[in-house]
Design a protein around this ligand. Structure first.
Ligand code: ZN
Length: 524
């Protein structure tokens, strides 16, 4: 299921565009009253609807049945525009066609009357990328455009356009989309696609989208194509490499307690789970900034945190100066993460710098080496060890390596959800990791899995995780297997989809057990 949700749900009339009210109103009334400008400038952040608006404008001005400035979307002309077949809409990406020759070619095309439509519309995307010569050549056309030509320049960086151009266009500034508008749209698309997405997962996608519909919808599609129709926060986090906000708050707790060992373990766990530490550090700094704003009473905790109880506790234990020191130290660490050979090292140094002398007699470095860094530090290590011992005890240690294999991969797929349940009892991140993979073949005693990302492959093939997975498999099947993991692009896509669907189907039956604690927002 490869979804390009952004394309699929691209608005087809002005009123379907969320936000940008002033632009929609001005444009549709100009169309209605036939008072069009010949050149427009659409500027604003990426993913805010500039190209979409340009296409609707092109369609509406050429629709013979246009009503209140909106295209009918039914006539032949509208359908040509919607399906990107119209020869009277010329879209140029200035990022890849920035030179004088490309612009000359466009200028030549401007002279020809429209193919079928009334107006020929030229959309120049990323217009700021044009070279100075290209702008100069284009300027002449812009000064005396033929009556049938309409130009729309779209750009994220209007300040890079020459004044001579700016003075000849009607400018519209597209605003960053409000988070609640993005969230609403993601929810509505999820419903249409039959996706069941947790509220926290929607929030995480919205936050990562950072004001861009395209990014939000792109991410939702990516997560859906990767985990199926049931989307949880952990799935989104794995894709984004976002750090769980809980990890941030936990780290701040450890720092308050001056617990270097737990802090460093947490950082190393995040790394081994595939999180991007640079991203984590950025989120951490943002979190600390909010603590500081609340501490200095610039804003209230209620305004800045969804779950504000924990931050309030932390604020009581920290002085403004201490928060400031944390922020400064992590900003410094952030500068170094990108170039560090060991990405965790700058954070580890920052932690030691902040915490100072160790309380325990163990040095933090030894601590990291000594600990088994599979689990986040919160679940008690002893508890985890017990579970692993349980698995060990239940299985006779001397099972010979080569035993009869299951007859075929289908039997393994049937057992897969069971494995996921077992894995989730031992280790949440292992279960999530397994969910990101599909078993695609079983030959002799080797199970081949397919995953979409290299870091998932690395993690699944790491000695520690392999050991646990193979133990679990032995527990479930009574047989010994070997594990191999391929990247999805090396595998037949249709087969992956088939297996995924099958697992989801079996999985649904077990859902009750799996999803007890999940907040549902759909079908309510
Ligand atoms: Zn029409």
């Amino acid at each position: 299921m490869t979804l390009s949700l952004y394309r699929k749900y691209r608005p087809q009339r002005f009123k379907e565009i969320v936000g940008q009210d002033h632009i929609k109103k001005t444009l549709s009334s100009a169309i209605k009253n036939d008072r069009l400008a010949q050149a427009y400038l659409f500027c604003g952040p990426r993913g805010t609807g500039k190209t979409t608006t340009a296409r609707i404008l092109a369609k509406a001005i050429n629709c013979p049945k246009q009503k209140n400035g909106e295209p009918c979307n039914k006539c032949l002309s509208c359908r040509d525009f919607t399906e990107a077949r119209s020869l009277d809409l010329v879209e140029i990406d200035a990022a890849s066609n920035r030179g004088i020759d490309e612009i000359r070619e466009i200028i030549e095309r401007v002279k020809f009357v429209p193919n079928k439509a009334k107006y020929k519309v030229f959309v120049i995307d990323e217009a700021h990328m044009l070279t100075r010569e290209a702008f100069n050549a284009f300027l002449k056309t812009l000064e005396e455009p033929p009556a049938h030509a309409i130009f729309i320049l779209a750009t994220t960086e209007p300040h890079k356009l020459p004044l001579t151009i700016l003075s000849r266009v009607q400018r519209f500034d597209f605003k960053r989309v409000a988070p609640q508008d993005i969230a609403k749209r993601l929810i509505s698309i999820s419903k249409k696609e039959g996706l069941r997405v947790d509220f926290q997962a929607i929030s995480a996608i919205t936050e990562a989208a950072d004001g861009s519909f395209r990014d939000g919808e792109g991410l939702l599609g990516q997560v859906a194509s990767y985990v199926g129709k049931r989307i949880k926060l952990a799935d989104v986090e794995l894709i984004l490499g976002i750090s769980d906000p809980k990890s941030i708050s936990k780290l701040v707790d450890y720092l308050i307690k001056k617990d270097a060992k737990s802090s460093i373990l947490l950082v190393n766990d995040l790394l081994s789970e595939g999180h991007d530490l640079s991203h984590f550090n950025k989120n951490l700094i943002e979190y600390l900034r909010r603590l500081l704003l609340v501490k200095t009473e610039a804003q209230t905790a209620r305004e800045l945190f969804t779950d504000f109880q924990k931050p309030c506790e932390q604020i009581k234990k920290l002085s403004a100066v201490e928060i400031l020191r944390l922020i400064r130290t992590f900003i410094e660490a952030g500068r170094e993460i990108k170039n560090a050979t060991l990405p965790q090292l700058p954070l580890e140094l920052a932690i030691i710098d902040l915490v100072g002398e160790q309380k325990t007699d163990e040095s933090p470095v030894q601590a990291v080496v000594a600990e088994d860094a599979i689990d986040p530090p919160i679940p008690k290590k002893s508890a985890k060890k017990n579970i692993e011992n349980q698995i060990d005890n239940q299985i006779s240690p001397k099972i010979s390596k080569k035993i009869v294999s299951l007859a075929n991969i289908d039997q393994m797929i049937d057992l897969w959800p069971k494995l996921l349940v077992q894995a989730s009892r031992i280790n949440h991140s292992l279960a999530t990791l397994l969910r990101s993979s599909v078993p695609i073949s079983l030959k002799d005693d080797t199970i081949k899995l397919a995953v979409h990302f290299k870091f998932h492959q690395d993690q699944l093939l790491s000695e520690k995780r392999q050991k646990i997975i193979l133990k679990l498999l032995r527990k479930i099947t009574g047989k010994d297997f070997q594990l191999d993991c391929l990247l999805a692009q090396e595998v037949d896509q249709a087969m992956i989809e088939k297996v995924k669907k099958k697992i989801i189907k079996i999985d649904r039956k077990n859902e009750e057990n799996l999803l007890k604690s999940v907040v549902e927002i759909f079908g309510v």
